[in-house]
Design a protein. Structure first.
Length: 285
């Protein structure tokens, strides 16, 4: 396959902005897309802040920072990235939204472009099936915060070709990450293991076993987790956590994956965690 030089990132939220940042730092041309310019500007502000911190710490020169930012073009129109070699979709965790985006990408992008999704849990095979190029569709699952976390889970859909897998594996390594190959099952590996633990921690709050602070303290001091599960849930976004639990529950039809009612209640209340200012904790963003 031809070398990947240009990337379109769809969704400028916490994941999309991080993916755009590490891609531009790796020397790739980037088009960052979202439905509203306001979200793109918010994503760019986070990228600038991260790069400025690297400059302040002497890890990056001012000129390099300007060059990285210069490689990021922005647009609210998907066709601005139609000549990119790969699209990495990081829009909201909702199947209808993702299917709509992949249908459009399939129409717009050049024939040999790879279409990747950063979905946390949704089936890659189902996303691929709405395109005319299912062998070029793949999961490229970065971890949050993208500039810091080393892993990219690379998910093969049923039809994903070996050449596309290899190209995406190499791209992840070029972006300074370690790629791990996983097959397409609900929640893949990362969230099949992580989210039931988070959901169980929420059940502990729901059932009055302990306060959120106490639960997080147990897991930090007792299990050496860098963040307690409720802080992590707030960090991921409670809407995303609920969406992942729903995919696990519906995908396996096993009651062990039922989302905690308290999680549903918080999401209905708009308590989405750090990004909305309130979840299990309160934040001054
Ligand atoms: C839901 C899914 O589909 C999959 C997922 O992503 S699940 C979530 C996976 N992520 C995790 O589990 C994260 C768990 N938490 C951690 O690893 C750590 O708490 C953390 C890396 C986020 C912060 O680390 P810390 O040591 O507690 O804090 P701190 O010292 O402030 O930060 C360490 C470094 O990370 C950087 N950093 C922290 N948060 C950051 C962010 N949001 N964006 C960019 N950089 C960040 C800091 O600038 C700092 O960099 P330097 O050392 O170069 O200065
Ligand atoms: N949060 C996490 O820890 C992780 C999340 N992921 C996955 O990454 C994806 C994004 O998550 P995250 O960044 O946290 O979510 P955010 O809510 O922070 O960002 C999603 C962004 O996508 C935008 N968006 C929605 N629909 C479209 C569309 N049709 N076209 C372009 N942009 C759109 C949203 O705009 P608006 O606000 O208007 O809806 C928002 O700006 C999800 O699939 C999630 O599961 C993967 C790994 C970790």
């Amino acid at each position: 396959m031809a070398e990947i030089r240009k990337v379109m990132v769809i969704g400028a939220g916490q994941m999309g902005s991080g993916i755009a940042q590490v891609a531009a730092e790796a020397g790739l041309q980037v088009v960052l897309n979202d439905i509203q310019d306001e979200f793109i500007q918010r994503g760019l502000a986070v990228i600038r802040k991260n790069l400025q911190r690297a400059v302040d710490k002497g890890r990056m020169g001012q000129e390099e920072m300007a060059a990285v930012l210069g490689r990021i073009e922005t647009s609210c129109q998907l066709d601005a990235g139609s000549d990119a070699d790969i699209a990495i979709e990081a829009a909201t965790e909702n199947m209808d939204i993702k299917l709509g985006i992949f249908r459009k990408l399939d129409e717009l992008m050049k024939g040999d472009a790879i279409l990747a999704s950063n979905t946390s849990s949704l089936p890659i095979t189902e996303i691929a099936a709405v395109t005319r190029r299912p062998e070029q569709v793949i999961g490229m699952h970065f971890m949050n915060p993208v500039p810091v976390m080393k892993l990219v889970e690379v998910i093969r859909g049923l039809a994903t070709s070996d050449a596309v897998y290899t190209a995406v594996h190499e791209l992840a390594e070029k972006m300074g990450k370690t790629a791990v190959e996983v097959n397409d099952f609900p929640g893949f590996v990362s969230n099949r293991v992580l989210l039931p633990m988070i959901n169980e921690a929420i059940y502990c709050v729901y059932e009055g076993v302990a306060t959120p602070e106490a639960i997080d303290e147990v897991m930090k001091l007792g299990m050496n987790h860098p963040m307690g599960p409720l802080t992590l849930a707030d960090f991921i976004g409670l809407d995303t956590c609920l969406a992942i639990m729903e995919v696990l529950y519906e995908g396996f039809r096993d009651s062990k994956y039922r989302p905690c009612p308290l999680l549903r209640k918080y999401v209905k209340a708009g308590w989405l965690g750090k990004k909305s200012g309130r979840g299990f904790y309160v934040y001054n963003n």
